[in-house]
Design a protein. Sequence first.
Lengths: 313, 340
Amino acid sequence: MLKYILKRVLWVIPTLIGVLIILFSLTYMLPGDPASAMLGPRATPELVEELNSRLHLDENMPVRLGYYLLGIAKGDLGTSVWSGYKVSSLISSALPHTALLAVCSLGISAVIGVFLGAFGAIRQNSPISRIVTIVSLLGVAVPDFVAALLLMLLFCVKFPILPAIGAGTEGGIGDIALHLILPATALGIGWVGYLSRLTRESMVDVLEADYIRTAKAFAIPQRSIAYVYALKNAIIPTITVIGLGVGKLLGGAVFVEIIFSRPGLGKLIVDAVYARDFPVVQGGILVATVLFVLANLLADISYGFVNPQIQYD
Amino acid sequence: MKKEDPLLEVSKLTLDYHLGARQMRALDRISFQLEKGEIMGVAGESGCGKSTLGLAIIKLLPKIANIRRGEILFKGRDLLKISENEMNQKIRGQKISMIFQNPQNALNPVFTIEKQMTDILRVQEKYKNREPRSSRYFREQAIERLKSTGIADPQARLSNYPFEFSGGMKQRVMIGMALSSGTSLLLADEATTALDVTIEAQINRLIADLAAEYGTSVLYISHNLGVLAELADRIMIMYAGRIFEMGATADLFDSPYHPYSAALLESLPSQQTRGKRLLSIPGFVPPLDQLPKGCSFHPRCPFAEDICKKEVPPLEQVTSGHFSACFLDRKRGRQKWQWI
């Protein structure tokens, strides 16, 4: 098990190098160069040249990549060409907001989605189950940025009961939680729909299985059969999807963070793209990639807890 | 001394399946008795209602099933009138147990054997309103049960998952769950069909031995007459939801009354049939919603006469303890039905 985790973590390195090569190629293709973006239109060619050589922008790509990797090895992600702050400090102040948003929305929507799905499968023909199906379809159909705008319109403009922008860092935990409600809901609503549909389908199959009939024949109470015996089997595909979904979630977080002006990783990266602040873009995406790979690893490990037939080696 | 009441007395049990607008009679006036400690074999082709009968007794029928009439008296009480709650609290898993056809899928793949066995023991204890016991007690009980089924090293095996057991071992685990000294009736639905022949014989021996030890009656459902010949005290032959013939095993094997039973026996390989072609009954079991008028077997029966096409032959006693549902055996007397 430990060996497996170590192996998977080491696999992050080639993944990251791949990501970096793509990133560096993209910065070549983007119009405009960072030096003129930083120094403005009236900068002298000497200044531009000096900056380019300081940032190794005059070198070819493999060399730049080499410098960059060397920096990472020293724990240095470079400096923002725009603000002059260390990229690592920018990321470390943005990351908690995104992490909190992602964990809350995914965690809560996983719990709600799995429960709704299980409930829908157990009471297949009840009116509540039909309502759940419709609501989850709606949740899947509405993109998260649309949900974000609608929620903002409803709870910040029409009924101004929740804060519209920021992360509430100045206030206490209560304020942070308050600022989290709308973004987390916007980001999670699609997941509730998706996960509940997935769980429902797999649960319907599992409830027909022979081992459920066995449990019934031995008078195991209905509730344990549904929520323990069946659900642990039904949840296996859901976990796969949650693991793979973290990447999609980080993508969705970008929109939601921009709409709600949350100072998170997504907003940091997008703002940096607009400003051609390449070190920040690279550092941000690098960290996002690491998160994505680690989330997948976490999902893979969690299989082992629900499905004993999975062996790690 | 007064003869003991039968443990199980099914009378005129009639049951339909509803599939959309289609209505199918899966069991038609099934009546039989099962004595204490007796092993009754239930035989017939696929779709004849054998499994439905087992599920009806333990009341685990699918929702589309609808019991029209009849009684299932178990120790004098009609199970059909017992609430679902009471079934769980007093009957299922305690007095009446069931083991199923496919041991590969009969155990939950994501829980250990220990969890699955102790859960059953724990709910039974709870239903009996006894003082709560320690996990260790239930573990000991589970080990005892496994030991009784001949599983080697039960302590270690408890922490295994079903996929770590072979098919025969899984069926042993199932038997361990199902059979204890308190079990009055075991319903075994094709319990060994999925196993290979040597394992099948071992498991059947185990069922018979434990049943004898605990005084448990067994309703042994199987399509394999050869297995039933070794195991069962009496045999019931079913066809399209009806009992065609029922009698002591040796009696029925020696000289069946019903042409269908005769045909089933003819299609068994034996010393006498060595080197000869085995019988294959022409045609197939009709779909339950398209049963022919009269005796449901008459289209496949070369001996059928006019009356067979018009009237349903009732199940009647032909000799003491031997029942048959055929007009012809009554008319022509007991005879050897020459299928080949």
